[in-house]
Design a protein around this ligand. Structure first.
Ligand SMILES: [Zn+2]
Length: 219
C-alpha cells in the first residue's frame, strides 16, 4: 500500500466493513494503512464512520506527528500508537485494524486466548489468538504490549478491551478480523458443548507455516 488516494479509499472501505460485520459501533475502533515515506493514513478521532469521507482521514508520521490533518482539523485516532507500534515492529505489515467485536471482547475480558478450534484460525491467523497484557486505552503501552504477541499471529486480544489485527491491506485486515470474531464465537459455543477437540499437530504445523510464509518478513 503506497498510493495515498488508494490507501484512503481502502481504509474507508474497511471501516464500513467493520460496521457491516458488527465488529464495532459508534466511533469506536480504528483503521490505518502504511504509506510511502514513513507515514500512515488513519481514521480520525470521534467521527462516526457513516459520516466519514476520504478527506477526513489523517496522515501522521510514525512518531505521531501530524502531516495532513483530517478535514476541519480532525486529529488522529486516540489509539494511533497501537498502529504505529505495529508498523515499526513489523515491516511486512501494511494495514492495522482495531475493533471491539462481541465474542472476541468476551475472551479479552476473561483474558483468555481464543483457541484455534477450526482450521481457518491457523490458515488466516497463524493459530490461537493470544492475549496481550493490559494497558490503559490510548497509551503507548497498548501498542508495545500488542507487538509482543503479534510476531506470528494476525490478531491479538487487547486485555479487557478488544481486538487488533495486522495484515497486508485494509481489506485483508477486515477479513482477518471477521475470521477472528467467527473463531471466538465458535470457540465459545464449543466450550458450551463440553469443549473443542484440539486440531492435530500436523494441521497446526502445515497451516501455521503457510500463514508465516504468506505474511513474509518472519525469520
Ligand atoms: Zn478500542
Amino acid at each position: 500500500m503506497c498510493e495515498e488516494k488508494e490507501a484512503r479509499a481502502a481504509v474507508l472501505a474497511a471501516t464500513r466493513g467493520m460496521l457491516e460485520h458488527r465488529l464495532t459501533s459508534g466511533t469506536s475502533g480504528n483503521v490505518s494503512a502504511r504509506l510511502d515515506g514513513g507515514t500512515i493514513v488513519i481514521t480520525p478521532s470521534g467521527l462516526p464512520y457513516q459520516d466519514m469521507g476520504p478527506g477526513d482521514l489523517v496522515v501522521i508520521t510514525m512518531a505521531g506527528e501530524p502531516v495532513t490533518p483530517g478535514a476541519g482539523g480532525l486529529a488522529p485516532s486516540s489509539e494511533y500508537q497501537l498502529h504505529t507500534a505495529c508498523y515499526q515492529a513489523f515491516p511486512e505489515v501494511a494495514a492495522v485494524l482495531h475493533s471491539h467485536p462481541l465474542y472476541a471482547s468476551m475472551f479479552a475480558a476473561a483474558r483468555q486466548p481464543v483457541p484455534a478450534v477450526i482450521d481457518e484460525a491457523v490458515i488466516f491467523l497463524g493459530g490461537e489468538i493470544p492475549v496481550s497484557p493490559y494497558a490503559i486505552s490510548g497509551s503507548a503501552r497498548v501498542g508495545t504490549n500488542a507487538v509482543s504477541v503479534l510476531a506470528r499471529r494476525a490478531s491479538a486480544l487487547l486485555a479487557s478491551h478488544g481486538l487488533v489485527t495486522v495484515a497486508s491491506s485494509p481489506a485483508q485486515a477486515l477479513h482477518y478480523a471477521v475470521v477472528s470474531e467467527h473463531c471466538a464465537q465458535v470457540a465459545w459455543g464449543a466450550q458450551a458443548l463440553g469443549g473443542h477437540v484440539p486440531l492435530p499437530a500436523a494441521t497446526l504445523d502445515t497451516f501455521g507455516e503457510a500463514y508465516r510464509r504468506a505474511r513474509g518478513g518472519l525469520s
